[in-house]
Design a protein around this ligand. Structure first.
Ligand SMILES: Nc1ncnc2c1ncn2[C@@H]1O[C@H](COP(=O)(O)OP(=O)(O)OP(=O)(O)O)[C@@H](O)[C@H]1O
Ligand SMILES: [Mg+2]
Length: 293
């Protein structure tokens, strides 16, 4: 049996002022599986993705826990070995394709560079691979796209380019951080379908960050529900929608109109539930001491 693709064990992180932003987070992504990470704004979804990719802001410090990529404990590797492992086994599909691309360089060299730099491919092989992937993401005129600057493409096209770039090096794990949020609704659907299709064809595991339960239902097999940096519930996706266990999950679903009355306006998450959770988290924080560090 192959190793678990990503395993996060008991991960806690604090800000410079000592405030906890991740609270003993544990989750696993099996090979070829899509795990959704869902929660409201500020829950810490992006922070978890950045921790996995080794790009946390300097103001955030990991104070306990382990992250294992295909069985390799990232914390036990030298910084160089860690960067190499993360660089070759993972990729990111970001929320905002425009800021993820260098505005002053053409798309082609930006895409091939990564394959040349990280995987050591020669330019010709990288170019062929990128063209192949552009075809897979249904870009019909690859020559034009490769010669374009980022601002010359539509948002949907830019996201297709970044999806192609993410899959090009055959990573084992992709962190997709709200990859459709910056796009308009019709394009969102196309992009989501495209990611799902490539995920199946390439057998890539995805940690799929979203605040949208509708997206969770469409794309994932498993789901972790995050609130204030804490995983409050995890389940198989179908089971979560059939029978949510945690009051916060139920409140989140009740606040999402399409699961109750599609015509209802968006409601805030139930305040009593949030107050209960906040009290529970505050008590846990008072009792908490990192296990090491
Ligand atoms: N660079 C940073 N320095 C300090 N604190 C940060 C930084 N980035 C985020 N935070 C804080 O960490 C917490 C988690 O933020 P994070 O960006 O992970 O949330 P999120 O779940 O991705 O939210 P969103 O849905 O808005 O993207 C928040 O309280 C946020 O204010
Ligand atoms: Mg985020």
């Amino acid at each position: 049996m192959s190793a678990t693709c990503l395993e996060i064990r008991n991960l806690s992180a604090v800000l410079a002022n000592g405030q906890r932003v991740l609270r003993s987070v544990s989750l696993a992504v099996e090979p070829g599986e899509v795990r959704a990470l869902v929660g409201e704004s500020g829950a810490g979804k992006t922070m978890i993705g950045k921790a996995v990719l080794g790009v946390l802001p300097l103001s955030v410090r990991i104070v306990e826990g382990d992250m294992l990529l295909e069985g390799e404990n990232l914390g036990r590797l030298s910084p160089k070995a860690r960067r190499t492992l993360i660089g070759t086994r993972t990729a990111l599909i970001p929320q905002d394709p425009l800021t993820a691309l260098n505005p002053s360089r053409r798309i082609g060299p930006q895409m091939t560079d990564r394959l040349v730099r990280i995987l050591g491919w020669n330019g010709e092989r990288a170019d062929q691979r990128i063209r192949q992937l552009l075809e897979e993401v249904q870009i019909r005129d690859p020559d034009r796209v490769l010669k374009s600057y980022p601002h010359e493409l539509s948002g949907g096209m830019r996201q297709r380019v970044l999806i192609a770039a993410a899959f090009a090096a055959e990573p084992r794990l992709i962190v997709a951080d709200e990859p459709t949020t910056a796009l308009d609704v019709t394009v969102q659907k196309q992009i989501l379908r495209l990611i799902a299709q490539l995920q199946r064809e390439h057998g890539t595991a995805i940690l799929f960050v979203t605040h949208d339960l509708g997206v969770v239902a469409k794309i994932s097999q498993k789901v972790s529900v995050l609130y204030a940096g804490k995983v409050v519930e995890e389940a198989e996706t179908a089971a979560l929608f059939a029978a949510p266990q945690h009051p916060y999950t139920r409140a989140l679903m009740a606040a999402t109109p399409r699961y109750t009355d599609p015509l209802a306006s968006l409601k805030p998450v139930d305040e009593a539930v949030l107050a209960g959770l906040a009290a529970e988290i505050a008590a846990a924080d008072r009792a908490w001491r990192p296990r090491h560090g």
